[in-house]
Design a protein around this ligand. Sequence first.
Ligand SMILES: Cc1cc2nc3c(=O)[nH]c(=O)nc-3n(C[C@H](O)[C@H](O)[C@H](O)COP(=O)(O)OP(=O)(O)OC[C@H]3O[C@@H](n4cnc5c(N)ncnc54)[C@H](O)[C@@H]3O)c2cc1C
Length: 306
Amino acid sequence: MLLPQETSWAEGFEQNWQPGETGARDRLQDFLDNALARYGTDRDRPATAGTARLSAHLRFGEIGPRQVWHWPLNHVRSHGGSEDAAWSFLRELGWRDFNHNLLFHRPEMPERNLKQPFDSFPWRDDRNDFKAWSRGETGYPIVDAGMRELWDTGWMHNRVRMITASFLIKHLLLPWQWGEAWFWDTLVDADLANNTGNWQWVAGSGADAAPYFRIFNPVLQGEKFDSDGAYVRRLCAPLGSGAGRIAAGLCPQTLGSAVRSSGGGRRHFGGELFAAPRQSRQGPRAGTERLQRHQERGCIRQCGLR
Ligand SMILES: Cc1cc2nc3c(=O)[nH]c(=O)nc-3n(C[C@H](O)[C@H](O)[C@H](O)COP(=O)(O)OP(=O)(O)OC[C@H]3O[C@@H](n4cnc5c(N)ncnc54)[C@H](O)[C@@H]3O)c2cc1C
């Protein structure tokens, strides 16, 4: 169902990914040579190419976790780098193992809350809000930038995955399974264990999860991790004058307002921010139009949307 038909949903992906073992090894080598030393700080900055981008290669077995485990330590030992930098990277790789282990022991994890009290949580059932989220039309700059990065490239930065997932679950009060399904259909690294483990972590329903009352503030997160707005501007430009403030999540007239209804009965969140044409790698609006075409044709599985 997801194979390209009349139009290719993977249009433009080849600019970002080189599938295969050679691509995986090149990617790891490039990361070791150019980014490992600053990984501890850069890994949280979505505008910076500060992470390894190995997840899709790991997902499809084009490189093994043991290789990824040993190369960084060998690299710093032979090139004189800091072992601390290597360990901050390896700690993240450990989460992969943790989630795979969880899935092995709790095979119900993809569908069911690991913490049962969440079974009776009164989730909202609002398909329009879900659509706004999946299209990057919430009006919250960093959330929308993340959702557009996902659609345009098949990948989203980890920090922004946490922010967008928290927004769906804790601002919109929509079931984590809807978001998980959308990520499953759109991520090039979609991995059953990592995807469901992380969604349950954000929801608070998982093992060793973030507590239910911890909510990622999309404005403060934008200020902290995309302080100059470079990430938001790249994905949501052109925002016109004031783009710097908006990109940093500082647009009071929009972001100060809570979820509200507007224009033609369609619910959105300060959508006027994005009235300007959106930009993708293929040019303005191409990514969004492609998304609409596929959603209309039902090419993409969406919880309850078909
Ligand atoms: C809601 C949500 C959904 C996610 N869905 C997926 C998914 O479907 N597939 C997937 O591989 N990752 C998923 N992640 C984890 C993480 O976002 C990606 O592994 C990471 O962004 C991949 O980019 P990278 O290779 O540059 O990571 P790096 O920061 O370079 O990390 C190196 C490797 O460590 C592993 N890793 C890093 N962070 C995590 C983590 N939180 N959980 C598990 N493994 C991790 C990955 O294998 C990654 O390739 C999800 C995170 C969240 C919050």
